[in-house]
Design a protein around this ligand. Structure first.
Ligand code: ADE
Length: 251
């Protein structure tokens, strides 16, 4: 299932054909993703739904030291990712995306705090694509020409700064793959998720009926599916109004 390519890239794949989506992740820390291919993602790989490729940017580094970064022109602190290793890694990702005629057009998504705020709407759009290339930024940033010449979209997962783009790439990976047909069963389907209809999800209850003096809303025990659906919609609206009024404005 985890197959090395002998060049620093490795695949999580169960076949090199007939999967619904290919995702390549370009990163200086490919090993960070190993622990993630369990449960839902593992199922997606095992069931030929997802092919995941991790590309080690270091292998496209320059010189004997395989250098990937340098000091900023104009001075100032920090190191900037050079464009050439990223360009070579993106070209390698495109080379190996084999299925489907449009795949060579795979969008290149750069993870950066300067990007467009990531939302469920964007996850839904990505889940319809044949392939995606995610680039994890590092250090103080990437050379501006990478953005201009190589990147199709820039994504931020929130207004805070992380050490690298790996955790943001994991967020995109998880949120996209769970939307691919066949990954979640009908019961656990994504249709009722918070944000999927632009609102937060209604409150959920399971056993026991009584917990620390608190019971379950009686409508949920009524067996009246119409009343239950109505209650859930009302709760969804109320919760969204209280907690995330910005979502209602955006609709
Ligand atoms: N890299 C560092 N911080 C990030 C963020 N908030 N979103 C996306 N990529 C990042």
């Amino acid at each position: 299932m985890r197959a090395g390519l002998g060049n620093g890239a490795f695949f999580y794949t169960s076949s090199r054909e007939n999967f619904s989506m290919h995702i390549s992740i370009i990163t200086l820390f490919p090993g960070m993703f190993d622990g993630m291919v369990t449960s839902m993602l593992k199922k997606a790989v095992d069931e030929h739904i997802l092919e995941l490729e991790l590309i080690d940017l270091r292998l496209y580094g320059l010189g004997k030291r395989r250098s990937v970064d340098d000091q900023p022109y104009g001075g100032g602190g920090g190191m900037i990712l050079r464009p050439e290793p990223l360009a070579a890694a993106i070209a390698a990702a495109r080379e190996r995306i084999v299925s489907g005629s449009d795949d060579r057009q795979a969008p290149v998504i750069l993870m950066t705090p300067q990007g467009t705020p990531y939302t469920q709407t964007i996850a839904n759009r990505y889940a319809k694509l044949d392939s995606l290339i995610l680039v994890c930024g590092h250090y103080e940033g990437v050379d501006e020409r990478v953005r201009e010449l190589l990147v199709s979209e820039e994504i931020s997962i929130g207004d805070y700064v992380l050490t690298g783009g790996e955790i943001p790439a994991m967020v995109v990976l998880d949120s996209v793959v769970r939307l691919l047909p066949g990954v979640l069963g009908a019961e656990e389907g994504a249709a009722h998720d918070s944000f999927q209809n632009g609102m937060l999800e209604y409150p959920q209850y399971t056993r026991p009926l009584m917990f620390q003096g608190q019971t379950v809303p009686s409508v949920l025990l009524s067996g009246n599916h119409g009343e239950i659906a109505k209650w859930r919609t009302e709760q969804s609206e109320q919760r969204t109004r209280q907690r995330r009024p910005d979502l209602l404005v955006r609709k």
